[in-house]
Each structure stands twice: as structure tokens, then as C-alpha cells.
Design a binder for this molecule. Structure first.
Ligand code: URA
Length: 209
């Protein structure tokens, strides 16, 4: 699908299979999510612009590349997005974090905001929104609306599993936001869950069910 990059790296696919398996324990789920998010972070930052800086090695003075611009912002959508955060911070420890508290109303599947805390200067930074499941996309759309209202214009979305319905909706509402996923699944069921999916990512991550 246009605007969607599915990561076919064998390590990503292997870890995703373990995450999908209903026998995987909460502890293993959490660890796997952290590992897969590090791999996904590597891919989503692949084209970051570089700038030359002058440094002294023990032997010579050289011009060497470093990432240009202000620190990245990772924006996990609470609560399941938190599961992807630590693995990304392992790779980019100086990134800033914007917490976006949204939940899906179980009846309407609409996104309800209960918390938002982000750095002030969003307009000057690349913001990577993270949420494991792109299902109806209601929460992702609400998060992107909110970030844009606060000045953000350079945005990317990382999810683990995407549904075609969610990708279509996100492309229609926020066509400027590219998406990275580990899998594009078949469809949503009547309750807005992704098939085959991996169940409720938040419950599996925090052991609440
Ligand atoms: N949220 C989840 O945690 N899982 C789904 O399948 C859809 C939304």
C-alpha cells in the first residue's frame, strides 16, 4: 500500500511471530516488543539527514558525519505505545519523548484523550509516533491531529501490525505521514481488532488480562 513500508527483515518477522503466539508470556512479550522496536527504529531513521562536523581522532583532524538538526521526538500513544519506547531509546538515548494519552471507547471505537505532554518546539523536530496496532486508526489520527495543532509538521508513524482499513484511513487523513509496520494483516473484526493480529497489545504487554 502506498505510504506504508513493511519491514521484511528476518529478525523482525521472527520476533513478530513470537509476539503473535498466544502462549508467549507477558515477560517475553515485553522483551520481544523492546527488541523489535529497536530494529524498527533503525529502519525508520535510515534516511535522517547528516551534517559534517570537525573532530580530532587520536591521529588526525577530519570532517565526520553526525545527525543534523534538533533531537528526535518519540511519541508513544499510551498505553501500549510505551512498549515500543524503551527499545527506541536504547538506540537514540537523547531523543525527547511526547506522551499522548488516548484510549479507544469500547462502544464507539472513537479516540478519547486523557493526557498530552510534549516538548515545546515540535515544529523544529522530527516526531516518530509509536503505537503497536494500527487498527481503525482513530487513535493515530487523533494523536497526529493533536501534534499538528501544536506545530508538528515532520511526522512518521511506527506500528507493529497494521490493518488495511487503518492504513487507508491514515492515508486519507494524514497523507503526509509515512508509516512503518512489521506486518500488514488481513482485516478488522467487528470489535475493531486486527485479524490475525496478536490480540490486545496493552493487555499482553502489561498482563492485565
Ligand atoms: N488494539 C489492539 O491492542 N489490538 C488490536 O487488534 C486492535 C487494536
Amino acid at each position: 500500500m502506498e505510504g506504508l513500508t513493511v519491514l521484511d527483515h528476518p529478525l523482525v518477522q521472527h520476533k513478530l511471530t513470537l509476539l503473535r503466539d498466544k502462549r508467549t508470556s507477558t515477560a517475553a512479550f515485553r522483551q520481544l516488543l523492546r527488541e523489535i522496536s529497536t530494529l524498527m527504529c533503525y529502519e525508520v531513521t535510515r534516511d535522517l539527514p547528516l551534517e559534517p562536523v570537525t573532530i580530532d581522532t587520536p591521529l588526525e583532524t577530519i570532517q565526520a558525519p553526525r545527525i543534523a538538526g534538533k533531537k528526535l521526538v518519540f511519541a508513544p500513544i499510551l498505553r501500549a505505545g510505551v512498549g515500543l519506547l524503551e527499545g527506541m531509546l536504547d538506540l537514540v538515548p537523547s531523543a525527547r519523548v511526547a506522551h499522548i494519552g488516548l484510549y479507544r471507547d469500547p462502544e464507539t471505537l472513537e479516540a478519547v484523550e486523557y493526557y498530552f505532554k510534549a516538548p515545546e518546539d515540535l515544529s523544529e523536530r522530527l516526531i516518530i509516533v509509536v503505537d503497536p496496532m494500527l487498527a481503525t486508526a482513530n487513535t493515530a489520527v487523533a494523536a497526529l491531529d493533536r501534534l499538528k495543532a501544536r506545530g508538528a509538521s515532520n511526522l512518521r508513524l511506527v506500528c507493529l501490525v497494521a490493518a488495511p482499513e487503518g492504513v487507508r484511513r491514515l492515508r486519507q487523513t494524514h497523507g503526509d505521514v509515512p508509516i512503518w509496520a512489521a506486518a500488514l494483516d488481513r482485516r478488522l473484526n467487528d470489535h475493531g481488532y486486527i485479524l490475525p493480529g496478536l490480540g490486545d497489545a496493552g493487555d499482553r504487554l502489561f498482563g492485565t488480562r
